[in-house]
Design a protein around this ligand. Structure first.
Ligand SMILES: [Mg+2]
Length: 189
């Protein structure tokens, strides 16, 4: 029964563009500093499953066609796989805020397979890692902990965490190196 590291994608694994937030060309494709090394180390602990959870507002529509997503998603998975990093599940919500769907983070609609099978997955000891308020709220909704990647472009939203959300945050940093150390230390390795 392993816990899960639920990973956000944009602003967490890949650098999020600051104009329209979309990685839609290869000149906008960039891994976060030290993320590959960190994920490699965390996966090598053999403690956690990795699950990717990302909101991609309106993906597949005219304004956000699949060609603006798939080549870069594929490239990311390829690079990660070549470093021995793999995901048990990849969950992509394509709805928008207006759709008001439970599949969209912080909703847990995409994650029922894990929640409903807690004889197989240790949700309580799982960790959501992300750079947005929605990631922290996702952790709260799952009943697990969270690690906040402090993205300088999101700082304003961090000041509005509720007490419960703050409580769910076990570590915050802008450095994947520090996050790696924190998770390793968590297990006294
Ligand atoms: Mg993000």
């Amino acid at each position: 029964v392993k816990p899960i590291v639920f990973l956000d994608r944009d602003g967490t694994i890949l650098v999020e563009p600051t104009d329209d937030f979309r990685i839609k060309s290869f000149d906008r494709f960039e891994f976060m500093p030290n993320v590959i090394e960190a994920l490699k180390k965390i996966q090598s602990l053999n403690i956690y499953h990795f699950v990717l959870v990302t909101n991609q507002d309106g993906l597949g529509s005219d304004t956000y066609p699949l060609e603006h997503f798939e080549p870069f998603q594929e490239k990311m998975l390829q690079v990660l796989a070549s470093n021995g990093i793999s995901f048990l599940g990849i969950h992509i919500d394509v709805s928008t805020v207006q759709d008001n769907k439970n599949t969209r983070k912080p909703g847990i609609g995409m994650l029922s397979n894990y929640i409903d099978n807690q004889d197989m997955f240790n949700i309580k000891n799982s960790i959501v890692i992300g750079d947005s308020k929605t990631d922290i709220q996702l952790a709260k909704n799952l009943g697990c902990a969270s690690i906040l990647i402090e993205n300088e472009h999101n700082t304003e939203s961090y000041s509005s965490f509720t007490e419960d959300e703050e409580k769910a945050i076990i570590f915050r940093s802008n450095s994947w190196e520090k996050i790696r150390e924190f998770i390793v230390d968590l297990h006294h390795i």
